[in-house]
Design a protein around this ligand. Structure first.
Ligand code: HEM
Length: 508
């Protein structure tokens, strides 16, 4: 459908649906939950449109008024219930899936049913493989990760001793896609440019289709969804690459058994160890490789890009991180365990993730229990309510972080050192809480609780190894001294500037 026809159809439908939207916005059980913005029908509709460009301001306004409670903001066809404060965040983090659903919350954002199919929402064995086998294999597979980082930096950045400007986000997307796929599908596919860019395209395809479907009221989505996202081109393209490999693996298992000699140690094998019945066929396996790429590539490359923009805006951090990386590698060599001792680099990422969240809101959920959900302060959200957490406002709260608005790259490594000096070194509990991978009610880049990102151990290993490689081997500086390329804001999503550049050169 071309754009004009699409807009026309949408305009007519919007008119017809006017009255039903009003009904959808009214929920008597939640009438006592304060509204940030307007409560009138037309004005709340205007607020919903405003949310697309001012989500962070609206959320911050709500957070300032209700720092330990729940407020609501109008979205196009529903209310968004925004939760703040440690007590209520804990309520969400600990709630079971059949009461407050992660899957249904995410489904609203990516329209899973139409963009990726019902099966992926119903069966999560790839997440189990990431949480267990992939994470356990990080030590063993670290030499592969390291090898891929070296060749990807060389081939993607193509640097010599002269300064060169590089557009950071696309370059990091390529490097991260390669390094991640070294563990997901192995060599040689992890270096196939067409396969890698198709993975990036798949995520964009899904997000674009989801955004269009989300413009329609829920009852029209079963009609519109398949038209908008039917047979995503990038899924068909991915099958060209993944199909033959998966067929080969399935054939080998059938002929030689599950532990055949020379079986690769990668995500395909780890998924096959868990998958049962129908899931042990090419399409479901390919969809899960794509879905893992979707969860991994954009998030990790955005985190590295933000960190690089932070580093070049605050160049005073470069030498201490270089000194740390060189010292640790000299003492321990390039191992996963050595990364644990790079506390400054770890702290730098934790701080960068604190300041640069994926959006003002996080941890999207939907209440699915028939009786609704009662928070520990007595507030009730009825079945069907969509909720999320004011992540960015929490991270920028001065009562939780000293000078919260200021980027302080070593705030967490300092806290860890101070803790070591003043406490029994045997009681390590609190120190670990300040690591990049540790989630908390006031530190939510990876979420917290039951659905906290299972890929964060891999992401941290990859990001820290990339940063150590970078500071040891390259000089890096801002394109314009002291200027950080401004973030891009799309509705409730914040991304580092995709055109932002920094300058690199190989160290002499
Ligand atoms: C810096 C990089 C990353 C960030 C910032 C990130 C962030 C997140 C967040 C915020 C969630 C949702 C948590 C919630 O709502 O409670 C999540 C879930 C998830 N992430 Fe990540 N992630 C990253 C890297 C990765 C990687 C590398 C993988 C795969 C290897 C991965 C796989 C997943 C999966 C499978 C889920 C769904 C978990 C579930 O259903 O319980 N992520 N991630």
């Amino acid at each position: 459908m071309d754009d004009l026809k699409f807009l026309l159809a949408y305009g007519i439908l919007a008119g017809v649906l006017f009255a039903s939207i009003r009904k959808a916005l009214h929920d008597p059980k939640s009438d006592n939950i304060p509204i940030v913005g307007s409560s009138g029908f037309l004005s709340s509709y205007r607020d919903a449109l405003k949310f697309m460009h001012h989500a962070a301001e609206l959320t911050q306004r709500g957070y300032d008024q209700y720092p330990n409670g729940i407020f609501r903001i109008a979205r196009l066809f529903r209310w968004e219930y925004v939760v703040t404060g440690p007590r209520l965040i804990k309520d969400i983090a600990g709630a079971p899936e059949h009461v407050i659903s992660f899957v249904e919350g995410v489904a609203e954002n990516i329209q899973t049913k139409y963009t990726m199919g019902r099966d992926i929402a119903a069966n999560h064995y790839h997440q189990q493989a990431i949480r267990t086998t992939l994470t356990r294999n990080l030590h063993t597979c670290f030499p592969d990760v390291r090898d891929e980082i070296i060749s990807a930096f060389d081939e993607v950045l193509q640097l010599g001793s002269e300064w060169k400007s590089v557009t950071v986000l696309p370059a990091m997307m390529e490097i991260v896609a390669r390094v991640s796929n070294r563990l997901f599908v192995g060599l040689p596919l992890c270096r196939n440019k067409a396969y890698l860019s198709n993975n990036v395209e798949y995520t964009i395809d899904v997000m674009r289709s989801a955004a269009i479907i989300g413009l329609f009221p829920p009852f029209l989505r079963p009609l519109i969804g398949p038209i908008v996202s039917g047979n995503l081109k990038s899924f068909q393209a991915a099958m060209k690459f993944l199909g033959p490999i998966l067929e080969e693996r399935l054939k080998k298992e059938e002929e030689l058994g599950p532990d055949w000699p020379g079986k690769p140690n990668d995500l395909i094998s780890w998924m096959l160890e868990i998958a049962e019945g129908e899931q042990r066929t090419v399409n479901p396996l390919a969809l899960r490789i794509l879905s893992t790429n979707m969860a991994a590539i954009h998030t990790t490359s955005m985190a590295f890009t933000h960190a690089l923009f932070d580093l070049t805006t605050h160049p005073e951090y470069l030498l201490p991180m270089r000194e740390e990386a060189e010292r640790v590698i000299k003492e321990e060599g390039w191992t996963k365990a050595a990364l644990n001792n790079m506390v400054k680099i770890d702290s730098f990422f934790r701080e960068s993730q604190r300041i640069n969240t994926l959006g003002p809101l996080g941890m999207p959920r939907r209440v699915v229990a028939k009786e609704g959900f009662r928070f520990s302060d007595g507030t009730v959200l009825s079945e069907g309510s969509y909720l999320s957490i004011a992540v960015l406002a929490t991270h920028k709260d001065d009562s939780k972080y000293e000078n919260a608005a200021t980027f302080d790259g070593f705030r967490f490594s300092r806290e860890r050192t101070e803790h070591m000096e003043h406490h029994d070194p045997g009681s390590n509990q609190d120190i670990f809480k300040r690591q990049m991978i540790s989630t908390a009610v006031d530190h939510l880049p990876f979420g917290t609780g039951k659905h906290a990102c299972p890929g964060r151990f891999f992401a941290a290993t990859e990001l820290k190894a990339m940063m150590a490689h970078l500071v040891i081997n390259y000089d890096v500086e801002a394109e314009a001294k002291g200027v950080r390329p401004p973030d891009r804001v799309f509705g409730a999503m914040i991304s580092p500037n995709e055109a932002g550049k920094v300058r690199f050169r190989k160290r002499q």
